[in-house]
Design a protein around this ligand. Structure first.
Ligand SMILES: Cc1ncc(C[n+]2csc(CCOP(=O)(O)OP(=O)(O)O)c2C)c(N)n1
Length: 354
C-alpha cells in the first residue's frame, strides 16, 4: 500500500498598504474619505490616550497600565468593522478597540485607576468586561456564539487576545467548540510577539498562529497588524461570513508591542534594542499617514489640528474620571454573585468597618 497525502493546507497573509503608503488598489476596502479620516483620528486618539495613561501612572494618578503603543491599527481596524449588535469580548490591552466601539474614555481611566465601576458597559453596548486572566474569556465567547446561533440571532461574536493566550487550554477548547459547531465567532489575536518576557518562539513551534485554526476545521489568516485597512478588510469579511452561517474565522494580526508589557515591567531586560528599532520603522500611524497623504487626505497642518482635538478629548476624559467620587469600600462585593458566601460576608463586614 503506497503512502498517500490526505490533505495539504496553505495559510494566507493579507497586507494592503506598504510601509511607504502605497496601496494594492484591488484590495482596498470601499471606505469614503470621511471614513478613512475617522480611522486616522481613532488611531491618533488611541495613541494620545496611551501617552496620557503612561504619564498619569508615573504621577500616581492611575495604577499599573498596559500600553497599546504599536498595536493601534490592529485594534482600530478590527473594531471599525464590528456592528453595534455584535458581542465583543476584550482582553486587557484593547483600549483602541474599545474607543472605536464608542466605550466612554473616562471609564477606561477609571478602571485603570482601580475603580471597577469603569467596567460598567453603557446600556446598548454589547461589550463584556475587560478580561485580565489570560485567555479565560475565549470559551465564554464561543459560548455566546453558541447562544446566538441557538436563538437564531443574525449576529456574530468577536474575541480579542494575545499570542500568549494561544498557549492556554481555554484557547484550544474554544477553537474546538467553534469549529465543531461552526459558530459565528471571529477570534482576533494581536500577535505582538511577546507574552511579558516570553517570545513567540517559546509559545509555539508553528511558523504562524493562523494555521492553528486549520486543525480545528476553520479558516485562519495572517494579516499585517500594522496595516489598518488590511485588518479592517479581514475582520469585515470574517464577520460577514459568521453572520451568514459560514462559521468561525481566526485572524492573526502580526504586530509588535513597542512599549513595556505594563508600567510594572522593563522590557529592555529581555528584548534586543535592534528588534524594537526595526519595528519602529513599521509604525502603523506613520504608514497610514503616508497612505492618506498620497490621496490628498493628510498634511502636517491637518495632523496638528487633529492632535489638538484628540488632546482635548483626552483632557476632558481625565477631568471626568477625576471628578467621580471614590467608590464605597463595600461596593466591590456588589454584583459578585446573587448571594455572598459566609466568608465573603465576613470580608465585606471587615472592609466596611475598617
Ligand atoms: C491565567 C493567567 N496567567 C498569568 C497571568 C499573568 N499575565 C498577565 S499578561 C501575561 C502575558 C500575556 O501575553 P499575551 O497573551 O501575548 O498578551 P499581551 O500581554 O502580549 O497583550 C501574563 C502571563 C494572567 N494574567 N492570567
Amino acid at each position: 500500500m503506497p503512502e498517500s497525502t490526505l490533505a495539504t493546507f496553505s495559510v494566507k497573509r493579507l497586507e494592503i498598504i506598504d510601509q511607504n503608503g502605497n496601496a494594492d488598489e484591488a484590495l482596498l476596502p470601499s471606505l469614503s474619505g470621511d471614513e478613512l479620516r475617522r480611522l486616522y483620528y481613532l488611531l491618533l486618539l488611541t495613541r494620545t490616550f496611551d501617552g496620557r495613561a503612561l504619564a498619569l501612572q508615573r504621577e500616581g494618578r492611575i495604577g499599573t497600565y498596559p500600553s497599546v503603543l504599536g498595536q493601534e491599527a490592529a485594534q482600530v481596524g478590527s473594531a471599525f468593522a464590528i456592528a453595534r449588535e455584535e458581542w465583543v469580548f476584550p482582553a486587557f490591552r484593547e483600549m483602541g478597540a474599545l474607543f472605536t466601539l464608542g466605550y466612554p474614555i473616562h471609564q477606561l481611566f477609571q478602571y485603570w485607576g482601580g475603580d471597577e465601576r469603569g467596567l460598567r458597559t453603557p446600556d446598548g453596548m454589547n461589550i463584556f468586561p475587560i478580561c485580565v486572566s489570560v485567555g479565560t474569556h475565549l470559551p465564554h465567547a464561543a459560548g455566546a456564539a453558541l447562544a446566538a446561533r441557538t436563538r437564531g440571532d443574525r449576529t456574530a461574536v468577536v474575541a480579542y487576545f494575545g499570542d500568549g493566550a494561544t498557549s492556554k487550554g481555554d484557547f484550544h477548547e474554544a477553537f474546538n467548540l467553534a469549529g465543531v459547531f461552526r459558530l459565528p465567532v471571529v477570534f482576533i489575536c494581536q500577535n505582538n510577539q511577546w507574552a511579558i518576557s516570553i517570545p513567540l518562539a517559546a509559545q509555539t513551534a508553528s511558523p504562524t498562529l493562523a494555521q492553528k485554526a486549520l486543525a480545528y476545521g476553520f479558516d485562519g489568516i495572517q494579516v499585517d497588524g500594522n496595516d489598518v485597512l488590511a485588518v479592517y478588510r479581514a475582520t469585515r469579511e470574517a464577520l460577514e461570513k459568521a453572520r451568514s452561517g459560514g462559521g468561525p474565522t481566526f485572524i492573526e494580526c502580526l504586530t509588535y508591542r513597542m512599549a513595556d508589557h505594563t508600567t510594572a515591567d522593563d522590557a529592555s531586560r529581555y528584548r534586543p534594542p535592534e528588534e524594537v528599532a526595526a519595528w519602529r520603522e513599521r509604525d502603523p500611524l506613520l504608514r497610514f499617514e503616508r497612505f492618506l497623504a498620497r490621496r490628498g487626505l493628510w498634511n502636517e497642518e491637518y495632523a496638528a489640528e487633529l492632535k489638538g482635538k484628540a488632546e482635548g478629548e483626552i483632557d476632558e476624559a481625565v477631568r471626568r474620571f477625576e471628578a467621580v467620587p471614590p467608590p464605597e469600600p463595600g461596593g466591590m462585593f456588589d454584583f459578585v454573585g446573587a448571594e455572598l458566601s459566609s466568608r465573603q460576608r465576613r470580608q465585606r463586614e471587615e472592609v466596611t468597618t475598617f
